[in-house]
Design a binder for this molecule. Structure first.
Ligand code: GLU
Length: 318
């Protein structure tokens, strides 16, 4: 990949304040792009209405700027709904999307071997059942609305080479079945939106937390299906490469959360901590500097390497 062809992205969700965990991943993503002279897209992923917190999107941007991040383009998903609607229309036209009225309980009941904590397998109960989303909605009670599902094809496993994790293969039809695309009439939901955006923003590599590794094959299936459509809008569009990096966890080994204490960037800032101190701690966890150094993002550029990042989650001790 030539230097200027790289396009990376930072995709904060305004469901809470930016904390050490998000920032470590963003730092890796930003350095990965900038260290090869690439471009960076900032995309606010604000489609998760019930969980989105007012003011969190602006606060995340202010926190990133305080830490020294910059980007070349900025997008907000809630302003891009017509594109998701168009993409969904394309999937319907291809016979790859259908509305589903099953509740979580229905899906659980259909499991042959339920595994706690794993995403549910969906056997395609609603395939071919409804002519459109509206007729599916009319069949539901209590204000519930249908979701959209992707029609998977058995026996076509997806493989990709993750820049951090190596080869990853999953037969989505066997593990997830017809996975949900979006819970919205017009297809504005995380799974579909993230694929549409990565294609149309020309993202060449997605660097993100490895909690999304298992969701990636499903996203690749959508990207492959939408590629001809996306190329009409952006002729250079192609499915991105992936790089999934370990999460930050608390001493109990669980993903960093409020119960672990306050690791919000805004709180460090208010307490008089300098951006370089936050970055230094995270950069040391990636093997790019010693524990008492306080480098700026720019100073980390020549030190960046994916290879030195430990494969295990980074444990923050309080
Ligand atoms: N917005 C998502 C998050 O904050 C990240 C999605 C992605 O990187 O694909 O968890």
């Amino acid at each position: 990949m030539t230097a200027s062809a790289y396009v990376g992205r930072l995709a904060p969700s305004p469901t809470g304040a930016l904390h050490l965990g998000n920032v470590r991943t963003f730092m890796i993503a930003w350095l990965r792009a900038r260290s090869v002279g690439g471009r960076v897209v900032l995309r606010t992923e604000d489609l998760d209405h019930p969980k989105d917190k007012p003011g969190a999107a602006a606060q995340a941007i202010a926190d990133l700027e305080w830490l020294g991040f910059d980007w070349d383009e900025e997008y907000v998903q809630s302003e891009r709904k017509p594109l998701y609607r168009e993409a969904l229309g394309e999937l319907c036209r291809l016979g790859l999307a259908y509305p589903c009225v099953c509740s979580r309980r229905d899906v659980e009941a259909a499991q042959s071997a339920p595994h706690a904590g794993e995403q549910l397998f969906y056997p395609g109960t609603c395939r071919g059942r409804f002519a459109n989303w509206e007729s599916a909605r009319r069949s539901m009670e209590g204000g519930r609305i249908p979701c959209w599902r992707f029609m998977t094809r058995p026996g076509s496993p997806v493989s990709f080479d993750d820049a951090f994790r190596g080869r990853f293969t999953e037969d989505v039809a066997a593990t997830l079945g017809d996975f949900p695309l979006a819970r919205d009439e017009g297809g504005a939901g995380y799974t579909l939106a993230v694929v549409v955006d990565d294609l149309l923003m020309g993202v060449t590599e997605v660097v993100r937390g490895d909690d999304l590794l298992a969701a990636t094959p499903a996203q690749i299936l959508i990207a492959e299906a939408l590629l001809p459509w996306a190329r009409k809008l952006l002729p250079s569009a192609r499915p991105p490469a992936y790089c999934h990096v370990p999460l930050v966890v608390g001493p109990d080994g669980r993903r960093l959360a409020k119960r672990h204490g306050d690791t919000r960037i805004a709180s460090y800032r208010e307490a008089g901590v300098r951006p370089e101190d936050v970055l230094g701690m995270l950069a040391a966890s990636c093997g790019w500097c010693g524990p008492s150094e306080s480098p700026s993002l720019g100073a980390l550029l020549p030190r960046f390497s994916l290879e030195s990042i430990p494969k295990e989650p980074f444990v923050v001790r309080f």
